[in-house]
Design a protein around this ligand. Structure first.
Ligand SMILES: Nc1nc2c(ncn2[C@@H]2O[C@H](COP(=O)(O)OP(=O)(O)OP(=O)(O)O)[C@@H](O)[C@H]2O)c(=O)[nH]1
Ligand SMILES: [Mg+2]
Length: 211
C-alpha cells in the first residue's frame, strides 16, 4: 500500500545568539557552529521520517532573533504545528524575553490549541554554577505553558537528537489519534444513519396518525 505524504511545520524562535541555527544545523548537517553568523531571512530545512502509514516531512523554519525582523517571523508562525521557544543558559534576558516577548507574540497570532509548544534551553554544557538562570525556572514555565522542555547543547551534542525524535513521536501519535477519530466519526455516522431511519419511520407513523 502506498503511504500518504504529510508535512508538518516547526518554527524555532527566540532571542539572538541563543543557538537556534546551531541546533537545527547540528541535527540536519551534523555540524557544530564554530563562530556566530546571525541568521538573515528565514531559512528552511527539511527532515524526513516514516510511520507505518505515512511519509512524514518536517519543514523546519530557522528565524532571526533580532527585533528588527519580528514581522517576518510573525508571518511564519501561522500553520506551525510546533513552536520551539529557544533561550540559552548564558543569558538571563533570553529566558525573560520568552515570557515578555515571544510567548505574547505567539498568543496574539495563533490559537494555543493549534500547535505543540516546546521550550529549549540551549548551551547546557555551561556548568551549573556559571548559568544565568536555574533549571527550576524553566520547569515552572514549561508547566505553566504545558510545553515540553529540553536542555540542549550543540557543543556537546546533548538532547539535540532527542528533540527532533520527539517531534516525530508527537506527529505519529497525532496521526494515530486522527485515524482513530476518523474511525469514530465513521462509526457515529453509521449510528446517525440508523437513528435517521428510525426517525423517518416514526415520522411516517406520525403522518399516518395525523393524516
Ligand atoms: N557553549 C555553547 N555555545 C553554543 C551552543 N550552541 C550555539 N552556541 C554558540 O552560540 C552562538 C550563537 O549561535 P547561533 O546558532 O548562531 O544563534 P541564533 O539563535 O541562531 O542567532 P540569530 O540567528 O542571530 O537569531 C554561536 O557562537 C554558537 O557557536 C552550545 O550548545 N553551547
Ligand atoms: Mg540563527
Amino acid at each position: 500500500m502506498k503511504k500518504a505524504n504529510v508535512t508538518y511545520k516547526v518554527i524555532f524562535i527566540g532571542d539572538v545568539f541563543t543557538g537556534k541555527t546551531s541546533i537545527i544545523r547540528k541535527k540536519i548537517c551534523g555540524e557544530t557552529e564554530k563562530g556566530y553568523f546571525c541568521t538573515v531571512g528565514n531559512q528552511i530545512y527539511t527532515l524526513e521520517n516514516e510511520s507505518s502509514t505515512h511519509n512524514i516531512l518536517l519543514q523546519i523554519f530557522d528565524t532571526m532573533g533580532s527585533e528588527d525582523f519580528m514581522s517576518l517571523t510573525q508571518s511564519e508562525l501561522r500553520n506551525s504545528s510546533f513552536i520551539v521557544y529557544v533561550c540559552s543558559f548564558d543569558n538571563k534576558s533570553s529566558l525573560y524575553s520568552l515570557k515578555s516577548k515571544w510567548i505574547p507574540l505567539v498568543n496574539e497570532i495563533v490559537d494555543s490549541s493549534s500547535f505543540y509548544p516546546y521550550i529549549v534551553a540551549n548551551k547546557c554544557d555551561i556548568p551549573e554554577n556559571e548559568r544565568c538562570f536555574l533549571k527550576s525556572e524553566l520547569d515552572e514555565l514549561s508547566e505553566e505553558m504545558n510545553a515540553k522542555l529540553f536542555c540542549t547543547s550543540t557543543k556537546e551534542n546533548i538532547q539535540v537528537d532527542k528533540l527532533f525524535i520527539e517531534f516525530f513521536m508527537d506527529i505519529k501519535s497525532h496521526l494515530f489519534t486522527s485515524i482513530e477519530n476518523s474511525k469514530v466519526r465513521i462509526q457515529s455516522l453509521e449510528s446517525l444513519k440508523s437513528v435517521d431511519l428510525s426517525r423517518s419511520s416514526d415520522a411516517s407513523k406520525n403522518k399516518g396518525c395525523c393524516g
